[in-house]
Design a protein around this ligand. Structure first.
Ligand SMILES: *Cc1c(COP(=O)(O)O)cnc(C)c1O
Length: 227
């Protein structure tokens, strides 16, 4: 078996074990292959092994890969910071945006989403570790932003995303993921119908799955280290 296919299979096994350990059905956990900095050929090898969802952080790089892999019917997820001069391309070329954290950007995306495409699927990124440098909406501002985003016609609010500060202790990794799940449950009690928790990377996917992740975003474990 070739190496990318082998890594993909090992990752599926890791996800399956984490799901079973948490008493969850592995089929409820989706995999976003985070391909930033890796060339189109690396993505094509994973696509040939059955991977469909790819996550990218940098728009220009992403657009080149979307172009190069246009025949593969892949699902593209934008997971990086969004500047307002990038919204038109994101609205036009992506299926999902995980890193929405400002109303101004949300309004632009809704206005710019082409009429022939279904609504852009979005997650609100939450600053769950409370660090000043991290992007994401502060938890206390989340309900108001969620209400506003949910009212935009060309966006479909699916859930929440977080990228917590790195933490090596597996037990301590769970706390921010538990807070994100709590935030999602709280919104759903207020009448939202959110079904997506985008959380967990190569280093902490077990903790994220234990706390209810429905989409894990995995780069290093699939592609090897980034240069
Ligand atoms: C790079 C990145 C990932 C993947 O991280 P790995 O440690 O390589 O698995 C996930 N989410 C976001 C937002 C990223 O920028």
């Amino acid at each position: 078996m070739n190496e990318p296919a082998e890594r993909l299979q090992q990752l599926h096994e890791r996800i399956r074990r984490a799901a079973l350990a948490a008493g969850r059905d592995p089929a409820t956990i989706g995999l976003v292959a985070v391909s930033k900095t890796h060339p189109p050929a690396a993505l094509a090898a994973l696509a040939a092994a059955g991977q469909r969802r790819f996550g990218e952080n940098y728009l220009q790089e992403a657009l080149e890969k979307i172009e190069a892999l246009a025949d593969s019917a892949l699902e593209w997820h934008f997971i990086g910071p969004v500047q307002s001069n990038k919204t038109r391309a994101i609205a036009g070329r992506f299926h999902w945006l995980h890193s929405l954290d400002r109303l101004r950007i949300a309004r632009r995306l809704s206005e710019q989403r082409p009429a022939w495409l279904p609504p852009l699927q979005v997650c609100l990124q939450v600053n769950i570790s409370g660090e000043a440098t991290k992007s994401g909406v502060p938890p206390e501002a989340l309900p108001e932003l969620a209400r506003q985003v949910a009212s935009l016609p060309r966006l479909r609010l699916r859930g929440l995303m977080a990228l917590p500060a790195p933490e090596s202790d597996p037990q301590r990794q769970r706390a921010p993921f538990a807070r994100l799940r709590g935030a999602l449950e709280s919104l759903n009690r207020q009448g939202f119908d959110l079904d997506t928790l985008s959380m967990g990377t190569s280093a902490d996917l077990e903790a994220a799955i234990a706390e209810g992740a429905t989409l894990v975003r995995i780069g290093t474990a699939l592609f090897g280290p980034r240069s």
